[in-house]
Design a protein around this ligand. Structure first.
Ligand code: 9MR
Ligand code: ZN
Length: 570
């Protein structure tokens, strides 16, 4: 697995438009945020927890900084509902803190509003305990995806603030790479990838896949509403998936191969979507993009069946065309180095895992014995990846294989992969229980690590379908807790929700519009540093210039959507 990184220099920063400061936005004091036009002071709590809340029957933990470890859980009416003694943690290797305690109040199952009050420390932000605490999280994260919509005007309303952008990138995408200068193939719609406006098939497919897995597994998503103006006769969640599929279909070229991405030649300055008018080109076909397209569009054909059979049939046909292309082109088609010079973004990866995913999905959709054989012939070498992202999509292949209700699988492979998945979860769980801030990725830190924390939820959630056990959802709950405030900062890493959430994401629409608040529902990438000696958990910078730790991205959001969806009331 290779992690691709940008070389960063001042010239790069200048060319990205990152040296200019946020116009008119950072006018409040350091411990203040501008909310609804007013500077409000923000209380930093030394009792750090998920300030959105906890499910009554799930694990509940907070991290205390200092004190004696004695703590109480107090309701909003002042009633002490629990008294406990937190356990002293060893010096935290990633923050350097030597005085942390872990307070467990899982025994509290009554619903309501509470605070944790720790002796000699102070109190936590207020949080809820209720079966529906994750509805708001899922809703706001989906609002985040909706705000990433390209090719249409978007309106989002959140906590009294109105966010808007006009229809953008209506000229996508130019065919110069296909020897047809000044001609274009419409590749409209879909989500902007991240803080930039590129649309990348690899990452766009991974993101959609995370959401389709959630859709298949958690029926509560059918009721979720997050402000879609016209869901085209579908549940809002499914329409949001369809919006990405509308774009993906436009990326398929004649002959079934799929263009790798549609981007500008260099990143835009920090402008609004509609002011991003540099020409955007269709990248050449790659086998990675074709395989990812094939896989996710095949998955969509399954997910949409019964909701919109016509769309499902269209997806099936497109997926099969992609599959034929892959079979006719068994060697990798990578586009080469020149390609990476002419388009923006990373996401250059090898295609073996992507082809595996396509094989599993084609088999799940059609029962094609050859596709099953392609998957199973590689399955002997497969190991579940605990911490995964766009460079390795083998897990998606494995999950589809394990969850399929089709005949014909090799029971030994099914059993070995299921066991392997379960063993990995023990590691994740133990890491989360041992980490003072409940982080199941332990001491791993790299670009987009918050998304990787969120994506561990898929491992837990898929396994839970196979071997139900309350521990699985506790694993997901701990990952969400970490992202929603049980971390070194005591802050939510998702804009617009939780205590003192990320406020200055590297996100062009948030920088360019006139609202002080960022667009809501976006998970920022999180702390990591190239300096191996850094206290890795302490290097998050909540500034729009800091794309290393404070960019947003659809693959991180989508993984967290899965996590929140897994904890919706059934
Ligand atoms: O999430 C990607 C991360 O894994 C890579 O290390 C990094 C550098 O290549 O790129 C990240 O993805 C970015 C993409 O290349 C362009 N759009 C913004 C993405 C989020 O930072
Ligand atoms: Zn756009």
């Amino acid at each position: 697995m290779t992690w691709y990184r940008f070389p960063i220099g001042a010239t790069t920063l200048a060319s990205l438009g990152l040296l200019a400061c946020d116009p008119g936005k950072e006018v409040c004091g350091a411990d203040e945020r501008k909310v609804g036009g007013e500077c409000e002071s923000i209380v930093a709590h030394e009792v750090r927890l998920n300030s959105v809340g906890f499910l009554p029957d799930r694990i509940k933990r907070a991290t205390l900084v200092g004190g004696s470890g004695a703590f109480r859980v107090v309701s909003d009416s002042g009633e002490v509902v629990f008294e406990g003694q937190a356990v002293a943690a060893q010096t935290s290797p990633d923050t350097g803190e030597a005085n942390l305690y872990v307070a467990d109040f899982s025994e509290v199952t009554q619903t309501g509003r509470f605070r944790v009050v720790a002796e000699g420390v102070g109190d936590s932000p207020e949080f809820r305990i209720a079966p529906d605490v994750m509805v708001e999280v899922a809703r706001v994260l989906m609002m985040g995806m909706y705000g990433q919509r390209c090719g249409v005007a978007v309106n989002v309303d959140h906590e009294g603030t109105h966010f808007h952008h006009d229809a953008c990138h209506l000229e996508d995408g130019l065919l110069d790479e296909f020897g047809k200068p000044n001609q274009k193939q419409p590749a409209l719609y879909g989500w902007h990838d991240a803080g930039d406006y590129g649309k990348y098939v690899n990452n766009g497919s991974l993101s959609l896949a995370n959401m389709l897995f959630a859709w298949d597994q958690f029926p509560a998503l059918r009721e979720l509403e997050f402000g879609v103006e016209d869901p085209r006769g579908l549940p809002q969640y499914l329409d949001e998936c369809r919006f990405q599929l509308d774009w993906l279909l436009g990326m398929q070229m004649e002959g079934g191969g799929v263009s790798d991405r549609v981007t500008t030649r260099t990143f835009d300055a920090m402008v609004s979507p509609e002011a991003s008018v540099a020409p955007r080109y269709m990248a050449p076909v790659t086998s990675t993009a074709t395989a990812d397209f094939t896989a996710v569009v095949a998955h969509a054909a399954r997910s949409f069946a019964g909701f919109d059979d016509e769309l499902a049939a269209q997806y099936r046909e497109a997926a099969l065309a992609g599959w034929e292309f892959l079979k006719a082109n068994p060697s990798p088609i990578s586009g080469g180095d020149g390609l990476s010079m002419r388009f923006t973004g990373g996401y250059w990866s090898t295609d073996a895992d992507d082809r595996l995913w396509a094989a599993a999905e084609i088999w799940a959709l059609t029962g094609d014995a050859e596709a099953l054989e392609m998957f199973e012939s590689k399955a002997g070498m497969l190991v579940i990846d605990q911490l995964w992202d766009w460079p390795n999509l083998n897990n998606l292949a494995t999950f589809t294989y394990l969850l399929a209700d089709r005949e014909g699988r090799d029971p030994e492979i099914v059993s070995r992969l299921t066991t392997n998945l379960g063993l990995g979860l023990e590691q994740l769980r133990n890491a989360a229980l041992a980490h003072p801030y409940g982080r199941d990725t332990g001491l791993q830190y790299y670009w987009g690590i918050n998304g990787v924390v969120a994506r561990t939820a898929l491992n837990f959630g898929v396994y839970d379908q196979l071997v139900p056990d309350p521990k699985n959802k506790d694993g997901i709950a701990m990952a969400l807790d970490h992202l929603l405030g049980r971390n070194y900062y005591g802050r939510s890493f998702v804009t617009g929700i939780g205590h003192d959430p990320a406020f200055y994401p590297h996100h062009r629409p948030s920088v360019a519009d006139s609202n002080p608040e960022p667009w809501p529902g976006l998970l920022v990438g999180g702390p990591w540093s190239r300096d191996a000696n850094a206290r890795q958990a302490t290097v998050w910078v909540d500034a729009a210039t800091d794309f290393n730790t404070n960019e947003v991205a659809i693959n991180w959001n989508a993984a967290m959507i899965y996590a929140a969806a897994a904890l919706l009331p059934e």
